[in-house]
Design a protein around this ligand. Structure first.
Ligand SMILES: Cc1ncc(C[n+]2csc(CCOP(=O)(O)OP(=O)(O)O)c2C)c(N)n1
Length: 620
């Protein structure tokens, strides 16, 4: 007789207790792929989903499950959760977890393990110390990593893991869960810990360094702020400070999405694929203070550790202690929660007339350039391609594609740019619709906003990327996790054909979940970044060619909408509103000009700078 498991009321087990913590945290989705030993967790998630709690989203590859959890964590500014079975499921997760580690994204990674009494007897897919030890593999890319070898360990280990995941530096934590531990009856039916108190971030600031900062700023005449991805939570007071003092503002690649490119005081991106204007601003001898905030000074953020940034004019404000270790030349280090530091900065800006006298313009309206000024600011920021941004060429130029994407998609769109030329073009050329101006116009004309034109608050900004680790295909899973976290936002994934061939099967998850994610493929029939780097460096021209793939046709085979784009005219014909409202994904297979050289010189500079002397080509 068919047994309806769903109707049975099993006892509350350790897996249920674990899931009840996720419910308490407000986690709504867990991304993963099931398997034998992790089944008890899936039973608990199914029970939770029935009472409106946590729901599982089935990925097609575990690495992408971790990317989805990453996208979800960024969108919610909370915890992303992914899970897998032991053995190959867990090893498949590894790249996604490593990427989250390198980018400080908080993930709870749950992997299964055979039952404890079978350890050492070579059970299938054992991943403890007597098998292919997954704990040693995760050791290098997690902030907490433990095997739960007794039911009583679950709560303290889980809470300790969550504390590590969500305090600075944020990052992934891993629990390895034997199936018998997950199935063990729980001694209690509700969590013992109140996570609101144990996970609340402290408002700690270093009072002495705040006073030192105040003294320096009271005498400063030309201040530049460099904001990194670590500023996400603190942007409102940072922008208030910028607007009160008239300081110029520059972003690192991963900070670009946190500021409107139309802000009058914005001087572009510094670092990988950045803008001449930003470098020139930092080199300006009249700039006497550079305040770097929320940036780890990695290769991409610092333009390959350039001395135009890393010099004694710098003040480094950080909540991640280890980031300060990379700026020994800084004139001042300010430790503390960035949000709290800038609240204090605003207080003393009010009481320091000199600082307010640096102010360039009065009034909120004045801080944004009107949309009509688009080409002026874009050209200032795009000295490298002043005309190509608007050219009508077929095949479409990547610069023109970025221009059109920025203009066509509505305010509030989240763009995710993948490893490869996509991220270089997006950092340099993608400028979104200025949602603030658009909203004011809509309000003024009393047009009712539809879901897509409303500004959705997300700390993560309008452009998301991995400035460290940078695995191909991250943006595909990341976009799906982002869209699941906020189904009302438009999410655009910009990726390459190589990345699509690596991870493109995840589009079927967007189909299954009816997510209106737009996948834009820069189709150049090549591993384009590799090809261009080889050309620029005069290396062997090898191993970059890809077959010609019709991704629009592939999309249709997956159940998605697929559209081929060859020219700016094809872009203009798109019905973006219909695409954004469609209950499922759309693939734009864009046949771009494959010979256009991407702005990747900063990376080349670093690769070339570290050639040992005896290997450098000798002049004949
Ligand atoms: C998983 C992974 N493998 C290899 C690389 C090295 N890599 C960086 S960019 C790139 C080429 C990407 O090609 P594609 O996705 O087609 O994007 P394009 O550069 O052509 O826009 C490669 C191989 C990487 N970053 N990640």
């Amino acid at each position: 007789m068919h047994r309806d498991l769903a109707r049975q009321e099993p006892p509350f087990d350790i897996a249920d207790l674990l899931v009840s913590y996720l419910e308490q945290l407000g986690v709504r989705y867990v991304f993963g792929i099931p398997g034998g030993v992790i089944e008890p967790l899936y039973n608990a998630m199914a029970r939770s989903a029935r009472r409106g709690g946590v729901r599982h989203v089935l990925a097609r590859h575990e690495t992408s499950a971790a990317y989805m959890a990453d996208g979800y964590a960024r969108e919610t500014h909370g915890l992303g959760v992914c899970c897998s079975t032991s053995g190959p499921g867990a090893t498949n997760l590894l790249t996604g977890v490593a990427c989250a580690f390198d980018n400080n994204i908080p993930l709870l990674v749950l992997t299964g393990q055979p039952a404890l009494p079978t350890f050492g007897k070579h059970p299938l897919q054992e991943s403890a110390c007597t098998g292919v030890n997954i704990l040693t593999m995760f050791q290098a890319c997690t902030r907490y990593n433990s095997l739960v070898s007794h039911p009583a360990q679950l709560e303290p280990k889980l809470v300790a893991a969550l504390q590590r995941a969500l305090s600075n530096p944020r990052g992934p934590v891993h629990l390895s869960l034997p199936s018998d531990v997950l199935r063990a009856p729980s001694a209690q039916t509700a969590p013992s810990y109140d996570l609101r108190t144990v996970l609340k971030p402290p408002d700690i600031i270093d009072e002495q360094s705040i006073q030192a900062l105040r003294t320096i700023l009271a005498k400063a005449s030309n201040v530049v702020l460099l904001i990194g991805g670590g500023c996400s939570e603190a942007m409102p007071p940072i922008l208030q400070f910028v607007e009160m003092t008239g300081a110029q503002i520059i972003a690192t690649p991963d900070g670009k999405g946190l500021v409107s490119p139309y802000h009058r005081q914005f001087r572009g991106v510094f670092g990988f694929a950045g803008h001449n204007l930003a470098s020139a601003t930092l080199r300006d001898p009249s700039v006497d203070v550079i305040i770097a905030v929320g940036t780890g000074m990695c290769e991409w953020d610092s333009d390959g550790w350039s001395d135009s940034l890393l010099n004694a004019r710098m003040i480094h404000i950080e909540e991640i202690e280890e980031n300060l270790a990379r700026t020994p030349m800084a004139r001042l280090h300010v430790r503390g929660r960035i949000l709290a530091v800038f609240m204090r900065l605003i207080e003393f800006t009010y009481s320091t007339p000199h600082l307010r006298s640096l102010q360039a313009q009065e009034g909120d309206q004045e801080h944004f350039r009107p949309l009509e000024a688009t080409s002026e600011i874009q050209q200032a920021n795009l000295q490298r391609y002043p005309r190509r941004y608007h050219l009508e060429n077929t095949p479409i130029l990547p610069q023109r594609l970025m221009h059109d994407l920025g203009q066509l998609f509505p305010p509030g769109t989240r763009f995710l740019a993948d490893a490869g030329n996509s991220v270089a073009w997006a950092i340099h050329c993608l400028h979104p619709n200025d949602r603030r101006l658009r909203e004011r116009r809509l309000d003024a004309s009393r047009i009712t906003n539809n879901e897509h034109t409303q500004r959705r608050k997300s700390h993560a900004g309008w452009l998301r990327l991995t400035h460290s680790f940078a695995p191909m295909g991250w943006a595909i899973g990341g976009a799906i996790g982002t869209a699941i976290a906020d189904r009302s936002s438009v999410v655009v994934c910009i990726s390459g054909d190589g990345s699509m061939l690596m991870n493109g099967q995840e589009i079927t998850v967007a189909v299954a979940e009816r997510l209106p994610v737009v996948f834009v493929i820069l189709n150049d029939h090549a591993l384009g970044m590799v090809k261009h780097a080889q050309r620029i460096r005069c290396a062997e021209q090898t191993s970059f060619e890809l077959p010609v793939i019709d991704f629009a046709m592939q999309a249709r085979a997956y159940g998605a909408q697929g559209i081929t784009i060859r020219s700016p005219q094809d872009m203009a014909r798109l019905d973006i509103t219909a695409i954004c409202q469609r209950p499922g994904p759309t693939v734009l297979d864009v046949l771009i000009d494959p010979d256009e050289i991407p702005p990747i010189q900063a990376r080349i500079k670093v690769l070339d700078a570290h050639v040992p002397e005896n290997l450098e080509p000798k002049e004949k």
